[in-house]
Design a protein around this ligand. Structure first.
Ligand code: WT7
Length: 667
């Protein structure tokens, strides 16, 4: 690099550091799907009919009668009376125009040259055959099918096959543990499972069927299992034989070659899928999404926020096992008939150029990823993206956690070349799709702030009494009106649904929708332009690399380890992961807080939840800081984890323990 070059770099850094507002690039605005700033007012005036446009993005077997039925809040219903099928909307209706265009571009781990382009026609065939397989197995409408697969084509194919026959899917992230699989299958009473023999991680085959079988041993009812062969002969080394109630997917497919299955007409409010997510208690929450509202919401936001057009090649680097992949790899993009990419591997294998190679080779138009990934790219250095032509990228997105302005600006310059707007999208498993974000062709961007609420949404930042806080003050994020993509309930648990999301700010005795307020349990502040900066969770949930983990779940895993008497887990700031898990552990008499015990605890957490929940640090202590009423003061443990000045310790029954723990944490 010449001296001149580095001067330019310094100038760029200085200019960027000072700039806190960015106009969307003109080249983007000229072609954007949404460019009229009047959309905010228009939606407000026409609410709730403003959502008819989103419904119009779908094909209906029967038109809906009512946009919103709010007669029984918070059990809102959308597009009632309408009938449709999600798989038809994501596949069949695109065939006349796009049969030979790619629906999915699957990029495998580079151990084999087995990348696949799956056209809409091929997707149609494979989803039909998969639907025939499921039916033949006995899956009926409304039977819940659990899917436990990594990023292989069969995952979206079987999801869409479920949708085709009206069987809700419940996808369990493949990185989750056997125990997590069993908990979810038991909770959903799910009698069907589609899994695979294994998959590759950094080139090595991994035994997934072993984990599946361990999980199945804890499922309380009979299960028919279908096993996809991902590893071919590489999987034979694991030496598993299939049990009587386990079937080889390819064998079943062979019996249904060329089969067609009519898409089942589903009511707008029929369940499309369940997705379990962590909460404050140990028991995960089964978030229920329905057919029309969810599909309309993901299609509309894919179009307005991600600016997806049918001719795009769109790349979301998330895993389909999380809501981001459901909404923005599968349902939203395919509903619009675009080409959606799927990458099986990790961004740093075989090299740190992997993602940029893929984007260059496929000429991806959008990249949607998480701040945790962006911070890793930044740490690795810009030399990796610089070796590739990324000029195809028209829009960048982030999701999962707040993005710090420095990472935002790095993404903007080194990946987007200052020519692609960034959408920082705040939403949740429960909201179905985007809620707070700029519209990329309309709004200026402010790094670190997600942006205004989407048109038609009433988001307010309030204090503990529910009153709007002053601009710039920290408060609680609330959504004051329903929206089509919202969860409908927690599976089999209406009471917990109200308790978790509504009770805080609603008059729960009222029938008036005005008295019902949705609380996502995030802190936030708002500026003079209505831009919302999300500050993070205010419940006992830790956000590790954009994934939600309940402290209770982790604590109960730790307490399950022999020799552990008590444990408290908190989130501490982490350079790459955003937050990381810090565990404070009291041992039983006679046990030693040594490396062996530490390893046992880490293993216990990985077994119970998965590697994602692995504690960053395990600190042994004779006591935990407790209030006089015996409640653990997590706030103080958080201060310790973050190496911050300690908050008020005067209400503790054992104030001296705090300094003691701090001393131990520094070791
Ligand atoms: C929680 C939801 C949304 C799909 C991935 C995670 C946090 C999400 C942002 C953002 C700040 C964010 C919130 C939210 N979050 N996006 N752009 N800025 N925080 O889904 O597992 O349901 O987690 O992730 O805390 O409540 P999830």
């Amino acid at each position: 690099m010449t001296d001149e070059g580095s001067n330019d770099d310094v100038e760029l850094e200085v200019r960027l550091a000072e700039q806190d507002e960015f106009e969307p690039p003109e080249s983007f605005v000229e072609q954007a799907n949404v460019t009229d700033a009047g959309i905010y007012e228009e939606f407000e005036e026409n609410w709730p009919d403003c959502w008819e446009g989103a419904a119009d993005l779908l094909s209906w077997d029967e038109d809906y009668e009512t946009v919103l039925d709010d007669s029984n809040p918070p059990f809102y219903e959308w597009f009632t009376g309408g009938k449709l099928n999600a798989s038809y909307n994501c596949i069949d209706r695109h065939l006349p125009e796009r049969a030979d265009e790619a629906a999915l571009e699957w990029v495998g781990e580079p151990v084999e040259e087995d990348n696949r382009t799956i056209t809409y026609e091929e997707l149609h065939r494979e989803v039909n055959e998969a639907a025939a397989v499921l039916r033949d197995l006995g899956v009926g409408e409304d039977d819940i099918v659990t899917l436990y697969m990594p990023m292989i084509p069969q995952l979206p194919i079987v999801m869409l096959a479920c949708a085709r026959i009206g069987a809700p899917h419940s996808v369990v992230f493949a990185g989750f543990s056997a125990e997590a699989l069993a908990t979810r299958m038991n909770a959903a009473d799910s009698e069907y499972l589609v899994t695979c023999d294994g998959y590759y991680r950094r080139g090595d085959p991994l035994d997934h069927l072993e984990k599946t079988n361990t999980g199945l041993a804890d499922v309380e009812h009979g299960v028919d299992t279908v096993v996809v062969d991902r590893l071919g002969s590489n999987g034979d080394d694991f030496g598993h034989d299939l049990a009587d109630d386990q079937h080889d997917y390819d064998d079943l497919l062979a019996d249904h070659e060329g089969a067609t299955v009519e898409p089942v007409e589903r009511d707008a409010e029929d369940m499309l899928f369940l997705m379990y997510t962590s909460g404050t208690t140990g028991q995960p929450k089964g978030v229920k999404h329905t057919t029309a509202g969810y599909l309309a919401w993901t299609a509309w936001t894919s179009q307005s926020v991600l600016d997806i057009k049918p001719e795009d090649t769109y790349f979301c680097a998330a895993d389909i096992g999380w809501i981001t992949g459901h909404s923005y790899i599968v349902y939203g993009p395919l509903a619009l008939g675009t080409t959606s990419m799927m990458y099986e591997g990790t961004p740093d294998y075989p090299t740190r150029e992997r993602l940029w190679e893929i984007i260059e080779a496929y000429e991806a138009d959008q990249l949607y990823t998480a701040p945790t990934a962006i911070r890793s790219f930044m740490k690795w250095g810009e030399e990796y993206p610089e070796r590739h032509d990324l000029s195809s990228l028209r829009l960048l997105g982030t999701v999962g956690e707040p993005i710090n302005p420095r990472a935002w600006k790095w993404y903007y310059t080194h990946i987007g070349n200052e020519e692609a707007p960034i959408v920082d999208t705040w939403w949740q498993t429960e909201t179905g799709g985007h809620m707070v974000t700029t519209l990329p062709g309309v709004n200026d961007m402010k790094p670190g702030s997600a942006g205004p609420a989407l048109p038609g949404l009433d988001v307010q930042i309030v204090d503990t009494s529910g009153e709007a806080v002053e601009q710039g003050r920290a408060g609680y994020l609330t959504v004051q009106k329903p929206w089509p993509g919202m969860l409908r309930t927690l599976y089999n648990n209406d009471e917990r649904f109200i308790e978790e999301y509504w009770a805080e700010y609603s008059d729960t005795d009222s029938d008036d929708p005005e008295d019902w307020v949705y609380f996502p349990e995030d802190g936030a502040k708002v500026d003079e332009d209505g831009y919302i900066t999300v500050l993070g969770r205010v419940d006992d949930v830790i956000n590790v690399s954009g994934h939600r983990l309940g402290t209770m779940e982790i604590e109960s895993a730790i307490v399950g380890v022999e020799g552990v008497a008590e444990a408290a887990v908190v989130g501490g700031e982490h350079d790459l992961k955003g937050e990381a898990v810090y565990a404070y552990v009291i041992l039983e008499e006679g046990y030693e807080g040594d490396d062996e015990m530490r390893a046992a605890i880490v293993e216990g957490v990985e077994d119970a939840i998965g590697p994602i929940a692995r504690p960053e640090a395990v600190v042994f202590t004779p006591e935990l800081p407790k209030t006089r009423s015996g409640k653990i003061m997590r706030r103080l443990l958080e201060d310790i984890a973050n190496d911050e000045e300690l908050g008020d310790t005067s209400t503790l029954q054992n104030p001296e323990i705090v300094e003691d723990i701090r001393g131990k944490s520094d070791d």
